[in-house]
Design a protein around this ligand. Structure first.
Ligand code: GLU
Length: 341
């Protein structure tokens, strides 16, 4: 018998934790290409909805692809309620969202603490950026920003002119307004390869300029929160709408500053009306309240799977059945026109 059971136990716990960290996943290569067996790290995906209204068809589509992508490789899905913005987000919407996902059969393995309760974690990351001298207070008013920020970046983000970047301590001390906080970005390209959209490069200084990481009311900005949350949940793949493609270089740059690993990204097409306009939460006949009255979960999933190329025709199908055949190579990358939902 071991004379020192405590040491024995802790060594065992250490080995166990190592095995858990590096749990290899053996998969046959049929969906990976070729026939060789591959060893991969456990994949962790996430679905990160904002509870600012009832879930709509576009959210269902992103959730379905996030679910299929992770289930098809045997990974784990984390649900995260992105309720950073206290003015827009409501607890009832978050609860309803979960019921809608369950109704669809898009289940998750773990729920991360909602963003509204994680400001301590974000504060920690903000301090790290501060230690690296990357953040500075910005006192510009909305009017000043609009006046000084032309030209606008392609996606409508204001290109910040850097007005407050080099204020002296005396100039800062003389301000009375509560500042927001920005990160100083370099004039450098950030590149990555999206699993669906392909190669993407953005120069942060020219695309958006120094961006906000903490609002004047103390709420941490989406870019910092999302990077912190994804890293802390060990997320290895991010599947989300292509409206966020242009935010990704900001997030990758933050990951690099904070020493976080870079997940794989898949930006999925948006659902648009025939005139190209994005379908939104305002279209009540496309929210889950209306959709649940008209369709079964299997019909809805079947329609969406057909719309993006996963099924040759629209038929009722369960999420699990779709996962068996899923491959990103089948998914179209161009926006999808919804004519008569
Ligand atoms: N919360 C965002 C939304 O609902 C998604 C953010 C993300 O996936 O990174 O649009």
């Amino acid at each position: 018998q071991c004379p020192c059971p405590r040491a024995h136990q802790s060594a065992w716990a250490f080995l166990h934790s190592l095995a858990m960290q590096q749990r290899p996943m053996l998969r046959t290569g049929s969906k990976v290409r070729g026939t060789e067996r591959r060893i991969a790290m456990e994949q962790i995906g996430r679905f990160a909805p904002s509870p600012s209204g009832r879930m709509h068809l576009g959210n269902v589509f992103s959730a379905m692809l996030a679910w299929l992508s992770i289930r098809s490789c045997g990974g784990k899905l984390v649900l995260r309620i992105e309720d950073l913005d206290p003015d827009r987000c409501r607890r009832e919407y978050a609860d309803q969202l979960k019921r809608d996902l369950e109704w669809l059969g898009l289940t998750w393995d773990e729920e991360q603490t909602p963003q509204s309760l994680r400001s301590e974690a974000y504060r920690g990351m903000f301090s790290r950026l501060e230690e690296k001298n990357l953040v500075y207070p910005c006192y510009c008013s909305r009017v000043e920003l609009h006046a000084a920020s032309a030209p606008h970046a392609s996606d409508g983000t204001l290109l910040y002119a850097g007005t407050c970047r080099n204020l002296t301590d005396a100039q800062r001390a003389a301000k009375t307004k509560t500042p927001c906080w920005r990160v100083a970005v370099p004039d450098e390209d950030v590149s990555f390869t999206d699993g669906l959209q392909g190669a993407y490069t953005q120069n942060l200084a020219r695309a958006c300029g120094d961006f906000i990481v903490r609002r004047a009311d103390g709420v941490y900005a989406y870019q910092l929160a999302v990077v912190t949350d994804d890293a802390q949940a060990g997320v290895t793949q991010v599947v989300r709408g292509s409206d966020l493609l242009s935010s990704t270089p900001r997030q990758i740059w933050l990951q690099r500053q904070l020493g976080f690993p870079e997940p794989g990204y898949y930006h999925v097409p948006l659902l648009v009306a025939p005139d190209g306009r994005r379908l939104s939460k305002r279209e009540k006949d496309l929210d889950m309240g209306a959709l649940r009255n008209r369709y079964t979960p299997e019909q809805l999933l079947g329609m969406l799977a057909h719309a993006c190329g996963l099924l040759s025709h629209s038929e009722s199908v369960r999420a699990g059945e779709l996962a068996e055949e899923f491959s990103w190579q089948m998914v179209q990358k161009e926006n999808i026109v919804i004519t008569n939902p």
